[in-house]
Design a protein around this ligand. Sequence first.
Ligand SMILES: Cc1ncc(COP(=O)(O)O)c(C=O)c1O
Length: 398
Amino acid sequence: MIPSSPRSKSIEYAIRDVVVPAMELEEQGHKILKLNIGDPIAYPGLSTPEHMVDAYVKSLRSGQNGYSGSYGVPELRQAISNDEVAKGWTCTSNDVYVTHGVTEALQIIFSAVLTEGDRILAPGPHYPPYMAYPQMSGAITEEYNLNPNDSWKVDIEDIRNRMNNDVRMLVLINPNNPTGNVMTPNEIDEIISIVEQYPNCMIIADEIYDGLDFTGHQVSIASKSTTVPVITLNGVSKVYYAPGWRIGYMALHDPINSLIEVRDSIERLLRSRLCASTPAQMGYLAGLTSNRDWMNNHKNIVMERRKIALSRIESIDGLEVEPTGGAFYMFVRITHPKWENNDKEFVLSLLNEEKVLLVHGSGFSKERGTGHVRLVHLADPDTLNEAFDRIERFLRNS
Ligand SMILES: Cc1ncc(COP(=O)(O)O)c(C=O)c1O
């Protein structure tokens, strides 16, 4: 047998791993209620706006089917930088690099920065690629605490205690997947004041859910930093409701010119992978440059479904949840004695017996996610209620 690389063998993506047994059940004719994947398009009422789809199609029809520049279509880079300026920092189109989603941006940033023995700090629990990709460069992702009893707030003291000169990146996901926490501006200020003592370290600000903030206090992390370099990540997948287009970006905020070498490496890597999809970039451009009132309607739908999920979970014996401030996930604590230490078994048994699909919390952090499940609260009210009826029955009968 031809061997694969040892590092690739430990890659896991829990969110899609649980889809395999669900597909087997579907092949046998079962209908599964899926509350597992953070794809808004999978749920009714949350479609991609027409004017964005039209722009994508128009681009295809008018022959824009060639490669674009490696850093992105110039008009799109300009529109993204305008958007970041509106969020409060001095961003130019040259600071913006368009990628095939935030996930590709992550692979490029990690390849450009990390080497053997480097450390990166990411929230625990966290979105899985923050653990999977750095180790491909020989780096180690270490989780900092989120407080499970206080809306999964970032434990700033824990960050302070873990910082040293080997830490190359501090990852902030705001609003957070999988917990739904939104950081306050004061928390961000405090974290920046810690990181600024470590000149080797930059902040990775994953703000892909920024348009789904229910607290009113979500702010751009780059807009708060005058000392620490910040790479902002965002894109079309979540708040523009087009995850299948695979378009995202990174925007470099370099207040003390410490990213000159990193920027050069990022640009080399971007050129070596040619470019992101040209027509999809045109679709995103239409989203950024047209009226965005439609977003309120989508956000109201998300909030309405959040309310249903919160009240249903609160009334179910064996589950507990912290109120969320943004995004469309809940990281639910299992308090039922049979399952509290066995979240993966819980997910698989629930799937087999009641045909409801969630994701096991240990897939987001072995240490901090165990005993939890993540659910996406985007299904329509009837489906959500049906799913919670089944979960309730499953726990009652356990
Ligand atoms: C925190 C976070 N970052 C990035 C992504 C993926 O972004 P993209 O679709 O742009 O690759 C997700 C998707 O669930 C996410 O939750």
